[in-house]
Design a protein around this ligand. Structure first.
Ligand code: GTP
Length: 201
């Protein structure tokens, strides 16, 4: 059995084509895949990271942005410890869809969940449609953490997932020292999962 302290489930959501798969592949495999096809249903990848000297497993679920898979992807929200809502900083449409995604989160995700808003494709400087400040304001309004990334240039991608790992570890530790009966964060159970598995549904 592989040795790790915690397993956390992280789920990426957002419109088709905003770069969810590329963010996951950049973080887990260190590459920007050429000619990435649309995700069918849900994929997952696992990466073990070290936080404060302890091994933490991140099980990262990459959901399809296309509407026709919505009923499949919704079922993955419930068990998530963190949700990453991604939009494309060069595509106004993907930003305007955010309120619909927020409704999905409210309907299907658990209460004690860490949420991030991520504006991806910052490398496309001349094509940007959504200024950083607008993304930040939206995140603040919905009490989400905010980051802009480029999966292509590997900008802020590692930071995003490591921040999530750190924050979830902190919340879990706080929960462990909390007196019994007091409501708190519910960590992912440390079940055994084979390393770096990937599944297509
Ligand atoms: P679905 O699986 O359909 O939901 O899409 P997705 O959100 O997973 O998008 P995907 O990762 O497949 O990327 C869609 C397109 O955007 C691909 O052509 C990628 O090469 C491109 N792309 C993704 N991230 C970036 C980025 O950071 N910069 C640039 N320039 N292009 C990117």
């Amino acid at each position: 059995m592989e040795d790790y302290k915690y397993l956390f489930k992280v789920v990426l959501i957002g419109n088709a084509g905003v770069g969810k798969t590329c963010l996951v592949r950049r973080f887990t495999q260190g590459l920007f895949p050429p000619g990435q096809g649309a995700t069918i249903g849900v994929d997952f990848m696992i990466k073990t990271v070290e936080i404060d000297g302890e091994k933490i497993k991140l099980q990262i679920w990459d959901t399809a942005g296309q509407e026709r898979f919505r009923s499949i992807t919704q079922s993955y929200y419930r068990s998530a410890n963190a949700l990453i809502l991604v939009y494309d900083v060069c595509l106004q449409d993907s930003f305007e869809s955010l309120p619909q995604w927020i409704t999905e989160m409210e309907n299907y995700a658990g209460k004690n969940i860490l949420t991030y808003l991520v504006g991806n494709k910052t490398d496309q400087i001349n094509r940007r449609e959504i200024p950083t400040a607008i993304g930040q304001q939206f995140a603040q309004r919905y009490e989400m953490r905010f980051l802009e990334t480029s999966a292509k240039e590997a900008d802020n991608v590692e930071k995003l997932f490591l921040e999530i790992g750190k924050e979830l570890t902190k919340l879990t530790r706080e929960n462990e020292v909390r007196p019994k009966g007091e409501a708190g964060f519910t960590p992912g159970s440390a079940t055994t999962v084979s390393s770096f598995s990937c599944c297509k549904i």
